[in-house]
Design a binder for this molecule. Structure first.
Ligand code: UTP
Length: 262
């Protein structure tokens, strides 16, 4: 199995959907039960054998860095944390491009820090296990009513193993969607991605779109059949708290009683 030592964590967005909380606390430090979101991300990365998280932030000493350094004993093998600054929020593609000098010429992962997956071992680790030279994305089947909220992969979802991706469609209407497989926020890229990002100007919304550069790559999709929570939205964060709360043996009976009596 190829080792993927570095994962880029784009965390320089404005978190406007989670205001007012994000006026006080960075999105990655919002709490799911008793741990900030970034703790779950670090655990998922460690399960994939990752050694270093490269944070892309608005400032050089973000609070999230202090948290990771204080907790580094919690994740076997994952002990290095570095920060690169994205001066202006020019989009996810631009955020990933800022990490180029730190990542170097090796394949690398990208994990969106506001997306929590359950079970975590089927996330980044599944991409690392499947890596055979081409870039990979993790995709999650979604109900047709939700297709228009996601980037959808154009690939044959009846096949087993890594699915060749023919294209990506942003937020399609259900009858226009090429499959029911949504892009989840976990990626494994060859360094060729940086060349396309560097060449590419702004796209939709005047932002440098990661998706635009991805369509230039030979891309495969790995299916994830667990649950996926967008903790950058109110509904996603609350559902993640329920998922992890109901899996905690001490909390589960208390929560079930509370939910049944509300
Ligand atoms: P999102 O669009 O979900 O995050 O970007 P956001 O911009 O913080 O969201 P809202 O709409 O204002 O609430 C996905 C990820 O990409 C990062 C974000 O921090 C988030 O983790 N990002 C986005 C950057 O690092 N830089 C950018 O310019 C844009």
């Amino acid at each position: 199995m190829t080792q993927i030592p570095k994962v880029v964590i784009p965390a320089a967005g404005l978190g406007t959907r989670m205001r007012p909380a994000t006026l006080a606390v960075d999105k990655e430090l919002l709490t799911v039960v008793d741990r900030p979101i970034i703790d779950y991300i670090a655990m998922e990365a460690a399960l994939a054998g990752v050694e270093e998280l490269v944070l892309v932030c608005r400032e050089s000493r973000p609070a999230v860095l202090g948290y990771l350094q204080a907790r580094s004993d919690a994740w076997p093998g994952l002990s290095r944390f570095s920060v690169v600054v994205q001066e202006r929020p020019l989009g996810l593609g631009d955020a990933v491009l800022q990490s180029r000098s730190v990542v170097g010429a090796a394949p690398f992962g990208v994990m969106l820090p506001d997306v929590l997956l359950y079970p975590p071992q089927a996330g980044m680790a599944a991409l690392v296990q499947a890596f055979a030279g081409n870039s990979l994305i993790l995709v999650n089947p979604v109900p047709s009513a939700q297709l228009s909220a996601y980037g959808i992969a154009d690939c044959d979802d009846t096949r087993e193993g890594v699915l060749p991706v023919r294209g990506l469609v942003e937020k399609p209407e259900p009858d226009q969607a090429p499959s029911n497989l949504a892009v989840t926020g976990r990626y494994l890229f060859t360094p060729e991605l940086f060349e396309w990002l560097a060449r590419q100007g702004s796209g939709h919304n005047d932002e440098v779109q990661l998706t635009d550069a991805m369509t230039r790559l030979e891309l495969g999709a790995v299916r994830f059949d667990g649950r996926c929570y967008d903790c950058g939205s109110r509904a996603g964060l609350v559902q993640a708290v329920l998922e992890y709360g109901l899996r905690d043996p001490q909390l589960a009976p208390i929560l079930r009683t509370a939910l049944s009596t509300l």
